[in-house]
Design a protein. Structure first.
Length: 345
């Protein structure tokens, strides 16, 4: 199994952990992943890291579709890939949720299935430069001829001769979108993936490969899972430090009726806890919401504790069906421990 390093998005201040990324590259990590929500963007830190590294792949986990047009996403990906020497960029895409799409970007939620399908198709046409780009989609079309159009649009072909094979990964979790991911994407950034989850996901992936109609299978596809890693001799303390983020996402990162993180927790058998966390969080009782997060849930989706415990529990992830595992940690010790567990060196 390959390892990646997830650096996430900023808090109040943007600090790109250059030394940590460089150490990960030295240890043999395959990739580094940025993110965006409604603060720092996912693209700019990777441009900075491209100049500070030489080999490690640069992935967005994720670029939010509403944040930029498919043409702009393709331009950004191709520009960084070229500056990094070629063959290093991974375009990870996702729709985010309706609160961010409509509340932050001012875009309609629309029909995410068709928006993703159109978005990926347009990006691939731009990368390949086989001709001026046109696309008649259910959600996105080029040239634009809708309301407010000047009627003067001209199909265009990228001036930059791009890497035509920049991989596109999709961040999805529900059945319909996972099938689409297997059909049209090069890789998958699964929401809520834990050891044992492939039993649920495999039929969906296989159906997507069948729809692709080109003999595609798991051997042509990358599953890039992610895991929190917290090194601490006190397991309870390590679990407790991860609970505020769980409470935020399960309780407050989305609407009461549409929260993908809450849905995943329910599907994994923690429905009562998910409902209670959301109830408390939305009532403003955040400390109680954090306390309501079960240790078992955090432990299932994380690797915490002393190095020996992390190495032992890593085996389940190695056998999970994922090809690569992104380490979510800012601890330098965690980066080292995971390199040893994965036998990178």
């Amino acid at each position: 199994m390959k390892l990646g390093l997830s650096i996430g998005y900023s808090g109040p201040h943007l600090e790109v952990p250059v030394a940590l990324v460089q150490r990960a590259e030295e240890l043999g990590y395959d990739s580094v992943w940025s993110a965006e929500a409604y603060g720092s963007d996912a693209i700019t830190p990777l441009a900075f890291l491209a100049a500070k590294t030489s080999r490690i792949k640069l992935g967005t986990g994720i670029m939010q579709l509403a944040a930029r047009t498919p043409a702009n996403a393709a331009m950004s990906a191709a520009s960084i890939d070229a500056m990094a020497g070629g063959g290093r960029f991974i375009a990870g895409l996702g729709v985010s949720g309706p609160q961010i799409v409509e509340g932050w970007y001012g875009q309609p939620w629309g029909r995410p299935y068709y928006r993703v399908k159109d978005y990926v198709a347009i990006m691939r046409k731009i990368f390949k430069r086989e001709g001026p780009v046109t696309h008649e989609g259910r959600e996105i079309s080029l040239p634009y001829q809708g309301e407010g159009s000047a009627g003067l649009a001209k199909p265009l072909k990228s001036i930059l001769h791009m890497n035509p094979d920049i991989p596109i990964y999709l961040a999805t979790g529900g059945e319909t979108m996972v099938k689409l991911t297997a059909e049209i994407a090069d890789g998958w950034l699964p929401l809520g993936f834990v050891p044992g989850a492939m039993e649920e996901y495999r039929p969906w992936l296989e159906e997507g490969f069948r729809r692709a109609g080109n003999g595609k299978s798991l051997k042509d596809f990358t599953i890039q899972a992610s895991v929190h890693v917290e090194v601490d001799d006190d397991v309870k303390s390590a679990l407790a430090r991860l609970k505020p983020e769980v409470a935020l996402y399960v309780g407050g990162m989305g609407h009461r009726t549409k929260n993908f993180h809450n849905d995943v927790m329910v599907r994994r058998g923690f429905g009562d806890a998910a409902a209670r966390i959301q109830e408390l969080y939305l009532a403003g009782r955040k400390d109680e919401a954090i306390a309501a997060v079960p240790d078992e849930w955090v432990d299932l989706k994380s690797l915490v504790g002393p190095p020996a415990r992390i190495r032992e529990r890593y085996r389940a992830w190695e056998d999970s069906g994922a090809d690569s595992l992104s380490v979510r940690s800012h601890q330098s010790e965690a980066i080292e421990v995971m390199a040893m567990a994965a036998r990178l060196n």
